[in-house]
Design a protein around this ligand. Structure first.
Ligand SMILES: Cc1cc2nc3c(=O)[nH]c(=O)nc-3n(C[C@H](O)[C@H](O)[C@H](O)COP(=O)(O)OP(=O)(O)OC[C@H]3O[C@@H](n4cnc5c(N)ncnc54)[C@H](O)[C@@H]3O)c2cc1C
Ligand code: SF4
Ligand code: SF4
Length: 395
């Protein structure tokens, strides 16, 4: 909680300069805290008259964290199929559960979806909390977050992982704020602190220029979202044993939003998320028209087209193709980076690719540091050669 004690504030403005989030302004020579204040506390020490009343959110000492046990994954499904990101989270969740010696569980909400529960067990779940109701067939913010919260309150997991999909990004903050706990979005790495057993949630910070490891020591559960393709799933083992639990929950009624129809977008032919091969173009292509070479190579290889932000910003290609921190995260088997320098923000979206092939005329370009194979040369000369060669070899 933060408040300005107006009687003490002399309007010196030092706090305004100190705030890294531009969350204080001066009005009539008095400091005013704005809505975007993150409660980081940086301004407090700058105020010599002691006019900033800042109280850290203290842990509720009466709460016994030992009651919280287990790692949970949100089993997001679409059209009664569990999304790939859920299997990826199970792969990561298994490591966390083993480090803590606790069970790994999935919460699966839907209608007539029990078959999927068995698949989740094959991919590493010990328990599947299955709630089936016709009203849960499609994702709904209100009902899903309400039921998820009911389950967390009842079974008390210590860690909850959610895919950073469109629905996951909507669900996670609703649930976290309802439970008054923390949430770390878009984690790229998760681990367990061996001493405190807290979840270590690592994600890019300050525009991707450094990696921050965030902990949530004073609240439970510890919640994190992870983008698709960042973690690796385990091999499915259909002989694994697990338990399907049908918990008693109250299905919300009289929802404010009802889904009457779902329309799939037509231009999803890019399908970057599923592509095994991605050919991405960067500013080194020199001109929008040269993206044709990238498209042609992708077509010859049966892959999808990606792009750096520089080319999206230049209007050479649509944003839906952008790979990176503010675009999509991908992890194909083969990633071609054509005329892309390899800025950290781009790497954040593709560095987990199995094989990276970089084409760049600058032998010192950072992309070569993570490339499996590097071709130093003019992309406008190399791409036609590759297209010709792959066409000849692949028929
Ligand atoms: C908050 C934030 C978020 C961001 N998010 C993203 C993101 O999601 N995705 C992203 O991509 N970027 C993102 N960026 C931008 C990022 O920092 C870089 O500016 C961007 O990735 C650069 O794109 P580029 O590699 O295409 O261009 P450049 O950095 O300009 O690199 C062009 C490369 O092409 C090479 N080249 C030039 N001509 C040729 C030629 N004829 N043949 C071969 N090589 C050639 C050059 O040597 C150079 O290495 C973000 C930046 C910020 C601050
Ligand atoms: S607490 Fe942090 S974000 Fe809020 S006003 Fe102070 S410095 Fe700015
Ligand atoms: S630093 Fe303190 S006294 Fe100065 S404007 Fe900010 S709140 Fe007021």
């Amino acid at each position: 909680m933060i408040n300005i004690i107006y009687e003490k504030c002399i309007g010196c403005g030092l706090c305004v300069r100190e705030c890294p989030f531009n969350a204080i302004k001066l009005e009539d020579r008095k400091a005013v805290i704005l809505d975007n204040c993150t409660l980081c506390g940086s301004c407090v020490s700058s105020c010599k008259p002691g006019a900033i009343d800042f109280q850290k959110d203290k842990a509720d000492d009466s709460e016994d964290f030992s009651k919280y046990r287990g790692v949970w994954v949100f089993g997001e499904q679409k059209d009664n199929s569990v999304l790939q990101v859920v299997f990826e989270l199970l792969g990561e969740g298994r490591k966390l559960a083993e480090a803590l010696s606790v069970p790994l569980s999935v919460v699966l909400l839907g209608s007539e979806i029990e078959e999927q529960a068995k698949t989740l067990i094959a991919y590493g779940a010990d328990h599947v909390y299955l709630v089936e109701d016709k009203s849960l067939e499609n994702y709904n913010d209100e009902s899903y977050s309400d039921i998820f919260t009911q389950l967390i309150n009842k079974f008390k997991p210590e860690i909850v992982l959610i895919g950073a999909t469109a629905y996951g990004r909507s669900l996670a903050p609703r649930v976290a704020s309802g439970l008054n706990t923390g949430l770390t979005a878009d984690c790229t790495e998760l681990g367990i602190d061996p001493e405190t057993k807290n979840l270590l949630q690592t994600r890019p910070a300050f525009g991707g220029n450094l990696m921050a490891t965030i902990i949530c020591p004073n609240r439970r559960p510890q919640m994190a979202t992870v983008r698709p393709k960042v973690m690796k799933p385990l091999e499915a083992d259909y002989s694994r044993k697990g338990e399907i639990i049908r918990p008693d929950v109250k299905i919300p009624e009289n929802l404010q939003v009802k889904i009457t129809e779902t329309v799939h977008t037509v231009y999803e032919k890019v399908s970057l998320a599923e592509a095994d091969i991605i050919v991405s173009g960067g500013r080194g292509l020199g001109d929008a028209k040269n993206f044709e070479l990238v498209r042609e190579l992708a077509e010859v290889l049966g892959g999808a087209v990606g792009a750096s932000r520089a080319t999206v910003d230049a209007g050479w290609i649509d944003y839906s193709h952008q790979i990176g921190q503010t675009g999509r995260t991908v992890g194909p088997k083969v990633y071609f980076a054509c005329g892309i320098s390899g800025a950290v923000q781009h790497l954040a979206g593709m560095s987990s690719s199995d094989i990276i092939i970089a084409i760049n005329k600058d032998a010192d370009a950072p992309i070569f540091k993570i490339a499996t194979f590097g071709i130093v040369g003019d992309v406008l000369e190399v791409l036609p050669e590759l297209i010709k060669e792959f066409k000849a070899r692949l028929g």
